[in-house]
Design a binder for this molecule. Structure first.
Ligand SMILES: [Zn+2]
Length: 238
């Protein structure tokens, strides 16, 4: 390779290195990963209230069960008293009233228990669904994270492979040419070398006068672009 070819190849490698480094630092999966993490957090945030509601309903149901047992034994007690022997009318009336009161309260407790049970079954269903959603969201996060890590790993090994290639290529350039290239790279932010194609350099694309082109051709194969001051390669497939 002559110096012009080496410079163009070096620039191509440097562009590839820059792209691979960018991929290693900023894998394209990152946006999807952040989105998946946000989605998982949203599902997670639903879990707390659902669990809270379920526990409240379980406690209410346990309390109602206690009430039911208390009322049932109170009813048993009243029944036992009514069967304990003959009693006057007032006592009979009082027992009937107590019995009717207790029975009404028991009915109310049973009714509330049923509706609480329905609500509990419903919330348990929602909790099960949320658990499935949470598991899926977690799997999505894991899968995207795995892909992102693979991308970063591949990009890193590509960078080190390209750097090695660049090192070998740079050895073929003389010190002055390499220094000029490095300086131009810094000055022009990664695009240091352009080629004259027809009437125009390939990067700044300014249209040059025939006289200027003739002058540049005398300086071939490497000169400086009169317009943008990049390193200009002349006479390669122009
Ligand atoms: Zn130029």
């Amino acid at each position: 390779m002559d110096t012009a070819e080496l410079l163009l190849s070096l620039q191509e490698l440097d562009l590839q290195i820059a792209r691979a480094s960018e991929r290693a630092q900023n894998p394209p999966e990152l946006a999807a990963l952040e989105k998946a993490v946000r989605a998982r957090k949203r599902v997670e945030s639903l879990m707390g209230p659902i669990k809270g509601q379920r526990k409240d309903l379980e406690m209410a149901l346990a309390d109602l069960d206690e009430d039911r047992k208390r009322l049932e034994s109170a009813i048993e007690e009243v029944k036992a008293r009514s069967e304990s022997g003959p009693m006057d009318y007032r006592s009979q009336e009082s027992i009937r009233e107590q019995y009717s009161n207790l029975a009404k309260r028991l009915e109310k407790v049973e009714f509330t228990s049923e509706s609480t049970m329905v609500a509990l079954v419903e919330i348990e269903g929602r909790e099960a669904k949320a658990n499935v959603a949470l598991e899926r969201a977690g799997q999505a996060v894991d899968a995207i994270a795995k892909r992102a890590r693979a991308t970063v790993g591949e990009a890193r090994s590509e960078v080190s492979k390209l750097r090695e290639e660049r090192r070998r290529l740079a050895e073929g350039l003389d010190g002055d040419a390499l220094l000029a290239y490095e300086r131009a790279m810094e000055r022009f932010d990664g695009l240091a070398v352009e080629e004259l194609r027809g009437k125009s350099p390939s990067i700044c694309r300014v249209s040059l006068q025939p006289g200027v082109i003739a002058e540049l051709e005398r300086e071939a194969p490497i000169t400086e672009c009169p317009y943008c001051k990049r390193i200009l390669v002349i006479g390669r497939g122009g």
